[in-house]
Design a protein around this ligand. Sequence first.
Ligand SMILES: [Fe+2]
Length: 265
Amino acid sequence: MIKIAHVSDLHFHKKAEDNEKALSLLDRIKGAYDFAHDEAYLLATGDIVDDGEISQYNNALTALKPFEEHLLVAPGNHDYGFGGNIFSHDSALLFDNEFLPNLGINFRFMQKQPMVRLLDDGAGTKLLTVGLNSVLETSTVLDFARGGIGKQQLSDLNTILSNPGYADIPKFVYLHHRPQKCIWFLEMVDAEDFMAVMNQNNVSVVAFGHSGGTMRPEEPPQARIMNIIKKEYGVKYLLNANSSVDAQKYYEIVVDNGEVSVSIK
Ligand SMILES: [Fe+2]
């Protein structure tokens, strides 16, 4: 059995009092799994820090260190730039070259190539996970907020997902920006092309964050579990964990004997 706890938009700040909610959610997840023995993972789909600034990265590093080797991440617009509005090369380098390696992840998301990791519980259950960089390297503020996968990364993603060697393995794709239809200035620039690749390749779960979701903490994250008719569209679950910190909830994705299920915890 493989389990993934999905949170998003942790937005670590410099001051400790601004990080209490993110830390309490992570503490709860830490207590819910035996990370030393179980095939359990924490997934943080971007905006891990608020301004791509070094003291924020240090706080995030301390908080995420206990999940080392059991951690899946993707960059968000706030990780790569001040206030999530302006792309900063220095912030992107911090994320790729300092923050991730300190968590045992040696991968350069700035290259805009999919990060592939095949999870395997050693007892017959496997899950193909693919992380994407949806941050646009642009000085256009609105496009930066929208995000995009880009032609090359999308083509590489399609090649990976359609590999016959993965035909019988459930597929899980994660990114920061919202890939589904929404108001134009928040919709990923190549959302339709991306979702076509997801559906053609029968991806079971697409996990993300960035925007949307209720501001009422007692409610579960908004991208409630959306069951789409699998036969017709391929994708079974679209999970938006943008409001997971406010709601103090996370998605739990469980893969067992080739079956994928999702609940809110
Ligand atoms: Fe974002």
